[in-house]
Design a protein around this ligand. Sequence first.
Ligand code: UT7
Length: 331
Amino acid sequence: MDNKFGVKILGTGSYVPEKILTNFDLEKIVETSDEWITTRTGIQQRRIIDKTQTSSDLAYNASMRAIEDAKLSVNDIDLIIVATVTPDMPLPATACFLQEKLKAFNAVAFDISAACTGFIYGVATAKAFVESGMYKTVLLVGVEALSRVTDWTDRNTCVLFGDGAGAMIFQASKEDNDIVSVYLGADGTHTGLLDLPAGGAKTPTTHETVDQKLHTIKMAGKDVFKVAVVKMAEAAGKALELANKTDKDIALYVPHQANLRIIDAVVKKAGINKDKVYINVQKYGNMSSATTIVALDEARQEGRIAKNDLVELVAFGGGLTWGACILKLGL
Ligand code: UT7
């Protein structure tokens, strides 16, 4: 069946909290060193959400920037999708808190949970809704307040994560097709490699779960690392294949920024030209679903993306989930 509409990308925006936590700050909290963190991950600092803020506040700031960039009014938005694993609350959806903050009352609103691949799953979801004609103008946000679910006594994880938000606006179009391709993957046989064990229906909250710090992120770092390299390289190739494009057609790659060594290994495995890879992991660490969209927005601000350039986003995360999409930035 032919699609009713194509998708035009109208704007992007991002927001990170002001507070900076450096590797040297972390040296005072856990037994670690700037040298270890920098050489093993490439991360030098990360942003930490203010006590007075929550995920929907970060999402609001990023969304307002994207709405302004798109030259739209909040009333134009008819669908809000928030990708996050750190919602304001388990119930209701953070997208509903965001709708209220934006006063975007013409929009329906829901969250999706696909960990670090959340934004790319969101691109696929937005594409399907717009192409079918069901919704016309979509606000997609990737937002995380990972510092709220970090075990600050665990050096294996607490040095890795940061907080932030990014947003993109899509609109139905008769002429444009800016989501050139999307490829998604998932493997539920490895759910235990990266999870937040308690607080859900499986392990409800008790005094014991709090005492055992089961409300914080746990990760088998080495295992996640290995699968991430294989699946991100595979996803990068699949999205190119689906778009009938080659590496030469891509102006900029925006990979998930969990670890510089993962990015380097993916670049090597997928045969990508490193000069075309955008990197900001040193500034923010891993912001899960916010990572790729914050990086894309910053790359635009830095003039790394020219009008009508093709940009490929590639990500991998808990689930396990992975994916890639090729976007035409006609902005
Ligand atoms: O994209 C989805 C999310 N994925 C990720 O965020 C990350 C995936 N994994 C990784 O990035 C890496 O596996 C880590 C950065 C988490 C760890 O790097 P690694 O090279 O795999 O180190 P390791 O876990 O093998 O640890 C090596 C050593 C250990 O000491 P021993 O057992 O060799 O004595 C750790 O205890 O480094 C120690 N270590 C640390 N030392 C100082 C672990 N964390 C730290 C730390 N500071 N923060």
